[in-house]
Design a protein around this ligand. Structure first.
Ligand code: SF4
Length: 78
C-alpha cells in the first residue's frame, strides 16, 4: 500500500480530529494525517472505532485497513 502525499491539502482534509481515538495528546503534538506520516507517539485506544474509512484521503488513495495512528503504513519496496 502506498502512503498518501504528506502535504498541506491532505493535512487539512484529514478527519482524525473527529475520531474517538483522537486525544489531547495528539492535539498537543499536532499529530494527524497518520496515513501519510507515521503512527502516533501517544497512547491510542484500539478498542475505539477508527473513522479513516470515511475520510476522502482514504478513498482518494485507495487505502485499506485503518488505525494508521497505531498501524503505520509500511510501503512495499519497488
Ligand atoms: S485516512 Fe485516517 S489518518 Fe489518513 S487522513 Fe484520513 S483520517 Fe487521517
Amino acid at each position: 500500500m502506498k502512503k498518501p502525499e504528506n502535504n498541506q491539502d491532505n493535512f487539512s482534509g484529514c478527519i482524525c480530529l473527529d475520531c474517538s481515538l483522537f486525544t489531547s495528546c495528539n492535539q498537543k503534538k499536532n499529530e494527524k494525517l497518520f496515513c501519510a506520516r507515521k503512527k502516533s507517539d501517544c497512547e491510542m485506544d484500539s478498542q475505539k472505532m477508527c473513522i479513516c474509512g470515511m475520510c476522502p484521503i482514504y478513498s482518494e488513495n485507495e487505502l485499506s485497513g485503518g488505525y494508521f495512528c497505531i498501524n503505520e503504513i509500511v510501503e512495499e519496496k519497488a
